[in-house]
Design a binder for this molecule. Structure first.
Ligand SMILES: *[C@@H]1O[C@H](CO)[C@@H](O)[C@H](O)[C@H]1NC(C)=O
Length: 470
């Protein structure tokens, strides 16, 4: 631009000098504008005209004005262009700076996120570790630590919660829904557990401790389930446990829900009371109802929506046998009076493994079958003359079936028994308490000679007295 201006100016000057000798001075003022000064000899005398300009001077003046205007325009235009360019340049570099800043921020955020993710993972691992570990020895006030009456010889053995070597490390798939050690309810439970009497022995029983059912003690509450899943359920002990478990082990299934597959194991009654399972198993097939039983290292249960009996081997943690129970009603065809799809109910007694159910052929009367515990084959069956849907529950002691009259009445009776050895039934009247008024499971444990029951969220046990009827 400046170059153009100079060229234009020069060509003008050439034209001007043709008029005579003229001196030209030019410089830049503070506004970067060209200033031109002409000194022209007078054609008539060597002095400046005192007044007025000659026509030539006027012509030069006007041409100079034109040049100035042109230069100003060119210079101004160029300045504007530069400013615009500079503005653009500035905006561009600002955008670049902004982009770099955002990039850095993004990198920082990514780093922070990774750190947080790692923290979350560490915390999750910590939670798992803590759950697999025993709680620190923490004695609730008023409860003596060495309560030897509870479980003679075991006391409070937190270390039992530690994983069995090579077995239990990977079993944390599901967890006890409650983990409320030290809750107010705990002390109450503890007090009740502390009153746990020794198993009753009677001279009138035979060498196996068998006899007729004479009486049933008051229920003792061991644990209350804390979620709705535990309104009804089944809890069990294996009278003939197999390693790696022993007969102190307590097993529990909360059975409310359509996909019931969680089996919790507790080292003993004490740990059940505290809600500290040492084992949690996820059963490969869903469980129906509260009829499951534990015997010789296997869990026996009815597969959901079927008459299929399942033997789940606790040691191998797989299904070891399955078999359809021929003609058995299921899923609400012949349940106990409270419902709950309790059509098929396993039982264990001094004689082995049984199943209590009904068939259309029996027209709803209770059928008892003794099972081969290994293969689940029916060894022998008995048909009683009592309708299954009229009884609240049933259990077998020493080869005799007993039925509970009501599941809800706090004071009810065992009012019927059937002896498989004589095939005789009879009416009896043995008082029985539904302390929590919704009893969904009653089973006999021949090892401890107790009834275990699940009464409206509560896992309760009853002592039984056996002997010769007077
Ligand atoms: C047992 O009690 C229930 C409920 O009261 C009753 O319906 C049933 O007839 C009784 N059974 C016997 C054998 O007495």
């Amino acid at each position: 631009m400046w170059f153009l201006a100079v060229v234009v100016t020069c060509s003008l000057l050439v034209g001007t000098q043709a008029q005579g000798t003229a001196n030209l001075k030019r410089w830049n003022d503070q506004n970067r504008r060209c200033q031109y000064t002409f000194t022209v000899e007078s054609p008539t005398e060597a002095s400046c005209p005192s007044s007025g300009f000659s026509p030539e001077t006027e012509a030069l003046k006007s041409r100079l004005g034109l040049v100035e205007a042109l230069v100003a325009r060119l210079a101004g235009g160029e300045t504007l262009g530069t400013e615009a360019q500079m503005g653009l340049q500035e905006a561009y570099s600002q955008a670049v700076r902004e982009r770099d800043r955002l990039q850095q921020e993004k990198d920082r955020s990514t780093e922070q996120m990774e750190e947080l993710q790692q923290m979350v993972e560490e915390l999750q691992q910590e939670v798992l570790r803590l759950r697999n570990k025993p709680c620190p020895q923490q004695v609730p006030p008023g409860v003596p630590l060495s309560d030897s009456r509870v479980q003679p010889g075991t006391g409070i053995t937190h270390s039992n919660l530690m994983a069995r070597p090579g077995r239990t490390q990977d079993t944390g798939r599901v967890r006890d829904p409650s983990w409320s050690y030290g809750s107010p309810a705990y002390q109450e439970l503890k007090a009740e557990v502390a009153e746990f009497p020794a198993p009753n022995t009677d001279e009138t029983t035979d060498s196996r401790g068998c006899g007729e059912l004479l009486s049933i003690g008051d229920p003792i509450t061991h644990r209350k389930a804390d979620s709705i899943a535990g309104k009804y359920g089944v809890w069990m002990q294996d009278p003939e446990a197999v390693t790696p478990y022993n007969s102190n082990m307590v097993w529990r299934i909360d059975t409310v829900g359509s996909e019931v597959r969680q089996l919790y194991g507790y080292d003993d009654m004490e740990q059940l009371s505290r809600g500290f399972p040492s084992k949690v198993l996820l059963l490969p097939e869903a469980v129906e109802s509260t009829g499951a039983a534990m015997y010789r290292g296997s869990l026996y249960y009815q597969r959901r929506l079927s008459r299929t009996l399942i033997r789940y081997d606790l040691g191998l943690e797989t299904i070891a046998a399955r078999r359809d129970l021929q003609h058995a009603g299921f899923h609400g065809q012949f349940p106990y009076s409270w419902g709950g799809y309790t059509d098929i109910d396993f039982a264990v007694d001094e004689n082995g493994l049984w199943v209590i159910y009904s068939t259309s052929k029996a027209k709803g009367a209770i059928v008892i079958s003794q099972l081969d515990p290994h293969t689940l084959e029916v060894k022998q069956s008995w048909e009683t003359n009592i309708r299954k849907t009229t009884v609240a529950n049933a259990f077998i002691i020493c080869g005799r079936l007993y039925t509970v009259a009501s599941y809800a009445s706090p004071d009810t009776t065992i009012n019927y028994s059937y002896d498989t050895s004589t095939k005789q039934s009879k009416a009896v009247s043995i008082p029985f308490k539904n302390k929590h008024r919704y009893n969904s499971m009653v089973d006999y444990n021949p090892a401890s000679k107790k009834l275990l029951a699940w009464d409206n969220f509560h896992m309760v046990s009853y002592d039984v007295r056996l002997g010769k009827q007077q």
